[in-house]
Design a protein around this ligand. Structure first.
Ligand code: SF4
Ligand code: SF4
Length: 192
């Protein structure tokens, strides 16, 4: 069966007219930067001063793409019988060509030394350049978004709860633990 002449052209024009009236969702990257959610997993930033070289992140990383080296240094504490030792970070590399962006390293770090940043423009022409050393990881810290505002209705943090207990005095914690709600407190003389 032969098609009506010009039907293809009319169909095409109909599609064009339909699309013309729709709102466009295309973003003109890189001229227009995408508006990413603050918790986007772009790259990992290292706050070197927070790192105690505990090695937890390197041990838990499923891809084994965190490489850490350190040495021990003696710190003389006035009045202490012996000098103390502390770890000094020599090397902290993350190989982003192996990383699968699972976030485990950030979750397990007990000292908030690792952070997600939404920054994603670090593509390289050589895969070896995807190994970021501690200086490069440290530079990403400036792109870490501020933490979300405190939820006034949320549970107090462990530190806040401890501070409130201390402020309430030494007997407050025991009293709070042993106190029973009035509704379940037994009446005098009632069988227990
Ligand atoms: S995000 Fe996951 S894979 Fe990447 S370095 Fe951290 S633990 Fe390893
Ligand atoms: S878990 Fe945190 S403190 Fe421990 S080595 Fe990794 S980044 Fe440093």
């Amino acid at each position: 069966m032969s098609e009506t002449p010009g039907k293809g052209l009319l169909d095409g024009l109909a599609v064009t007219l339909k699309t013309l009236t729709k709102r466009t969702t295309t973003q003109q990257y890189p001229d227009v930067q995408p508006d990413l959610p603050p918790r986007s997993r772009g790259v990992i930033a290292l706050s070197e001063e927070n790192c105690t070289v505990c090695m937890l992140c390197a041990r838990e990383c499923p891809d084994w793409c965190i490489y850490i080296d350190s040495h021990k240094e003696e710190v003389v504490v006035p009045g202490a019988a012996r000098a103390r030792q502390r770890n000094v970070l020599d090397k902290f590399d993350i190989d982003f060509s192996l990383c699968m962006y699972c976030g485990i390293c950030i979750e397990v770090c007990p000292f908030d030394a690792l952070h997600w940043t939404p920054e994603f423009e670090y593509a390289e022409t050589d895969v070896l350049d995807l190994l970021h050393d501690k200086n490069r990881l440290g530079e990403w810290m400036r792109t870490v978004p501020p933490p979300p505002a405190h939820d006034v209705l949320g549970e107090p943090s462990k530190e806040e709860a401890t501070a409130a207990r201390k402020a309430a005095g030494p007997g407050a914690a025991t009293a709070a633990k042993t106190a029973r709600p009035a509704a379940v407190r037994p009446k005098p003389g009632a069988a227990t």
